[in-house]
Design a protein around this ligand. Structure first.
Ligand code: SAM
Length: 475
């Protein structure tokens, strides 16, 4: 009797052949993993939870027991959860306490080793797993540009940036060549989680199986080579580039890196690793860590003039359009709001920027090279932290602002906190009005166990719900 595994019927024959060539004797064990159940992961958000002293903290212990968490070995903030506990439905998810992410996918952003204060690009960022992980490591300091080429996916990325309370991210929707023409040698670190043939996701994504073919693999490899060229231009000398895919074939992984290094001898590979579903509890992932020689100054001299001579386009930046000239007076309106409602709010280095009626706080890079001018002519989805929506001579606070507030910033704010499992929190998340004390009036933060969920406006014993309509739960 043969010991061969029952091969998942949807796997293409050419893929099985490729796997046998890649893995030899190990191929059967690997192919059998397609019949095994998948693992589920979440990553705690250090912008909301102090993850530094894991064993000591009550809030962490509570989360661990709520979702039956067990640590993921390759990610300090990553945990496997019990699927039945449904963390995606919990109010803590709406409060941004964690990001649900495939466990193996957490390995790439760990390898980037992002530091507070740096200027970092996540070049292919939607839906935001790596962006939110990088932002956690940056601790709100520095500048993170999260870019996604497809508009609908960029919107989802932007929502995840908001939910996770990230203040120092700018979300753009651009092709890699548009960014490299504008930002040569700008970034300390670049994450390129490349669009790929997705072989490592076959167990969780039937569409990836249906789309797979040897021709599709080649198309992905060509596209990756092109995107890598632009990443190379944008990395500072001495900078770190992490390239990752969720696929197994060599063309999109080791061979792609070898071809890149041959073309760019000023880059060195520091490390390459693969996570295999038959060897660990997670799907497939490939990660390569590269560094650019600090003697690559010639590249900058060659590339800078092009970017610097490019005429600056004035006018529309996004669908809302920006009116930078109004931003200072708009900021005065916001400052008056903040003085009254969140007097301990502390915004980092940046400048106000107006898009349509929305007022944002645009983060600056530490070296001062990135300002509102840097975004001119670029499609921007989120130019930093949204502070509010301008009305005639007043401002309504933004949902993003509520989610980005730190515990020390809300000590002097009006906050109504309910137990996460309470009927009030369920009602708030459905968009309903809540009953409250007659004495409470004005802008109030509604929180679950102290974690902000959004704004409400109190008046005559009622809390009028200001949770954005698109985020309200139907059930
Ligand atoms: N990093 C994301 C995360 O952790 O959530 C996942 C990124 S996904 C693997 C790759 C992304 O690249 C997709 O969102 C896709 O839309 C985008 N993409 C597709 N074609 C692209 C191109 N030519 N240049 C840049 N990005 C592209």
């Amino acid at each position: 009797m043969s010991n061969s595994p029952t091969i998942h019927p949807a796997l293409p024959a050419a893929y099985i052949q490729q796997t046998r060539e890649l893995l030899g004797d190990e191929a059967d064990t690997f192919l059998a993993s397609y019949n095994a159940p998948r693992a589920y992961g979440l990553r705690l958000n250090p912008l909301k939870i102090n993850t530094s002293d894991i064993l000591e903290q009550e809030e962490l212990l509570a989360l661990r027991s709520e979702f039956r968490l067990t640590p993921i070995p390759w990610c300090r903030t990553g945990y496997y959860y019990d699927e039945e506990t449904r963390p995606g439905k919990h109010p803590y998810h709406a409060a941004g306490l964690y990001y649900i992410q495939e466990p193996s996918a957490m390995s790439a952003a760990e390898a980037l080793e992002a530091q507070p204060g740096e200027t970092i690009l996540d070049l292919a960022a939607a839906p935001g797993g790596k962006t939110t992980q990088i932002a956690g490591a940056m601790q709100g300091e520095g500048l993170l540009i999260a870019n996604e080429i497809h508009p609908a996916r960029a919107k989802i990325l932007s929502e995840n940036v908001e939910r996770c309370g990230i203040r120092n991210a700018v979300v753009t929707c651009a092709a890699p060549d548009q960014l490299s023409a504008r930002f040569p040698a700008m970034f300390d670190r670049i994450m390129l989680d490349a669009p790929c043939s997705g072989e490592g996701m076959f167990r969780k994504d039937a569409v990836a199986i249906a789309e797979w073919s040897p021709e599709h693999v080649q198309m992905c490899a060509d596209r990756q080579a092109d995107i890598l060229e632009h990443a190379a231009i944008m990395l500072k000398p001495g900078g770190r580039l992490v390239y990752s895919t969720c696929t197994f074939n060599r063309s999109e992984n080791e061979d792609a890196i070898a071809a890149f290094i041959q073309k760019h001898p000023n880059f060195t590979v520091l490390h390459m690793e693969r996570l295999w579903p038959h060897q660990c509890k997670g799907e497939g992932h490939f990660v390569a860590v590269l560094t650019k020689s600090s003697e690559a100054e010639d590249d900058i001299a060659r590339l800078r003039p092009e970017a610097e001579l490019r005429p600056r386009r004035r006018g529309k930046q996004s669908k809302g359009g920006s009116k930078p000239s109004n931003a200072a007076s708009d900021m005065a309106i916001f400052d008056a709001f903040a003085k009254e409602h969140i007097p301990h709010l502390l915004l980092g280095p940046g400048e106000p920027i107006r898009f349509g009626d929305a007022l944002y706080w645009l983060p600056h890079s530490k070296d001062g090279q990135f300002t509102a001018e840097s975004l001119e002519g670029l499609k921007v989805v989120r130019p930093g932290l949204q502070l509010g929506e301008l009305k005639t001579k007043r401002i309504e606070p933004a949902h993003s602002l509520a989610l980005a507030l730190q515990p020390n910033e809300i000590t002097a704010a009006k906050v109504v906190s309910y137990r996460a499992e309470s009927p009030e929190i369920a009602a708030y998340l459905r968009g309903e009005t809540l009953q409250t004390d007659d004495g409470l009036s004005g802008w109030t933060i509604v929180a679950a166990d102290g974690y902000p969920l959004g704004w409400a406006k109190a008046s005559s014993g009622q809390l009028k719900n200001h949770l954005p309509k698109g985020l309200r739960r139907l059930t």
